[in-house]
Design a protein around this ligand. Structure first.
Ligand code: UD1
Ligand code: CA
Length: 455
């Protein structure tokens, strides 16, 4: 079957009370329409057209160039919106699947059923219907005495009695391609001058065509987002789906309701996510990690066996067996090599920290390169900013930085060197030497110092 899919997304969504186009409001970290596009793309449609209007450019930019777009200049209703796709689609397939950009919960499986049923039964139209707790805002399904669907009445046109009908239009409509286009032209404007796509059902029934209605397996799939209350409901459902997918793939979640994960996040096997943890954007977490409680990760890459406790991690890369927290902040450009330990109240940005290095307590490391097995004493700070420009600090392998060392960049501390507590390092410290004082002076070689102490 050659499927032609059309996603209607031209409306502003007045009930959202927002300047942003409705379909771009995020649900689980992605614009709501992306969830719809993903569900449809998995059907491998022959063509996928998005009808844009309000905020057209923004919607295009959010979705990218992979899809076809057509602009509906005036939002004259869903029937008029679908008609805009005619030039792109007429004669190009067997079945047209029309769906709305404000239905982020729809699944590929349900769409597949609608398509298959429409084809198998040679119907002109197959729709999805459901019974929401509150039918307000939806088009009501009209059935005849034999139980056959005979039409959809929109809320604005419905009588009080009809408003009491509990079965409503989900918003997924599937059409036999040859039947659709000529009939779409025949729709008359309804209340408020809009052309209702849903009027096609009555037309088909009049002509003796078959019209079918199916229900989604899970009624929550049918939720259409019109207000921010619906938006929060959709968010809750998608978040729960993501959590369930991850738990089934081997991730432990101590308290799923307080664990928020974007659909773009990946988490490895046997990792434990503790309560109040938020994982956002392009974050990937390896296996056997312990994340949280109280940790927030965004666009970060975490290797296997890491622990992150009560910390904020943004745009950072952590290799294996890295420990962070409690109460630390890793900012963009942080790269922690394997076995690094970052303790409490540490901030790091734009820095590489070599394998096995420890930054235990109250430090700021910015624009720095730290070698392997460096010991960064409590309170150590890179003074990277001179008021005008940022400068780099280099600390080579096996350096021991005494507590409260100030590294006034640009500056380099050579391998195996040591600084005394409270040093203000303004000049490079040669490898293997000891420096201390304010400003720090080189006071000899580490080896001889040690020998003196031992004698
Ligand atoms: C629509 C259906 C209703 C159904 C409900 C399910 C119609 C007439 N009504 O009502 O039967 O129960 O969805 O959620 O189809 N759009 C355009 N151009 C337009 C108007 C709308 O592209 O001129 C797009 C919107 O961006 C939106 C979708 O179509 O993504 C649905 O529009 P909306 O105004 O939300 O329709 P509802 O009143 O919810
Ligand atoms: Ca809607």
């Amino acid at each position: 079957m050659k499927v032609l899919a059309v996603i209607l997304a031209a409306g502003q969504g007045t009930r959202m009370k927002s300047k942003r186009p409705k379909v771009l409001h995020p649900v689980a970290g992605e614009p709501m329409i992306k969830h719809v596009v993903r569900a449809v793309s998995k059907l491998r449609p022959h063509r996928l057209v998005v009808v844009v209007g309000y905020g057209a450019e923004e919607v295009r930019r959010a979705l990218g160039d992979e899809y076809l777009y057509v602009e509906q200049e005036e939002q004259l209703g869903t029937g008029h919106a679908l008609l805009q796709a005619r030039q792109l689609l007429e004669g190009k397939g067997d079945t047209v699947l029309a769906l709305f950009g404000d239905h982020p919960l729809i699944t590929t499986k349900t769409l597949r059923r609608v398509l298959d049923e429409n084809e198998k039964e040679n119907a002109a139209i197959t729709i999805l219907t459901f019974h929401p707790l509150d039918p307000r805002g939806y088009g009501r399904i009209r059935r005849d005495s034999a139980g056959q669907v005979v039409g959809i009445i929109e809320e604005v046109a419905a009588s009080e009695e009809e408003k009491g009908m509990e079965e409503v239009n989900d918003g997924v409509l599937c059409f036999r391609e040859g039947w659709l286009w000529p009939h779409l032209e025949k729709i008359e404007p309804g209340g408020k001058g809009e052309y209702y796509l849903t009027d096609l059902l009555a037309l088909a029934v009049e002509e003796g065509e078959r019209v079918l209605a199916l229900s989604p397996e899970d009624e929550e799939e049918a939720l259409g987002v019109n207000s921010r209350i619906d938006l929060a409901r959709a968010e809750a459902v998608i978040r729960q789906r993501i959590r369930e997918r991850l738990m089934l793939s081997g991730v432990t979640m101590v308290d799923p309701p307080s664990t928020f994960i974007d659909s773009t996040v990946q988490v490895g096997q046997d990792t434990v996510l503790h309560p109040h943890t938020i994982l956002e954007g392009k974050t990937t977490i390896g296996a056997n990690c312990s994340i949280g409680p109280g940790s927030h990760l965004r666009d970060s890459k975490v290797g296997d066996g890491c622990t992150i406790l009560y910390s904020l991690v943004e745009g950072a890369v952590l290799e294996e067996k890295v420990d962070v927290g409690p109460f630390s902040h890793l900012r963009p450009g942080t790269h922690l090599a394997s076995g690094v330990q970052v303790g409490n109240f540490v901030e790091i940005k734009e820095s590489y920290v070599g394998p096995g290095t420890k930054v235990g307590h109250f430090s700021y490391i910015g624009d720095a390169t730290l070698g392997r097995e460096v010991n960064v004493g409590a309170g150590t700070i890179t003074c990277n900013y001179d008021g005008e420009r940022k400068h780099r600090t280099i600390v080579e392998d096996h350096v021991f930085l005494g507590s409260d060392t100030m590294l006034v960049a640009p500056v380099k501390v050579g391998a195996d060197a040591k600084t005394g507590a409270g040093s203000v390092v303004t000049k490079d410290v040669p490898p293997g030497s000891l420096a201390y004082g304010v400003p720090a002076q080189v006071k000899g070689k580490m080896k001889s110092e040690l020998e003196e102490n031992h004698s």
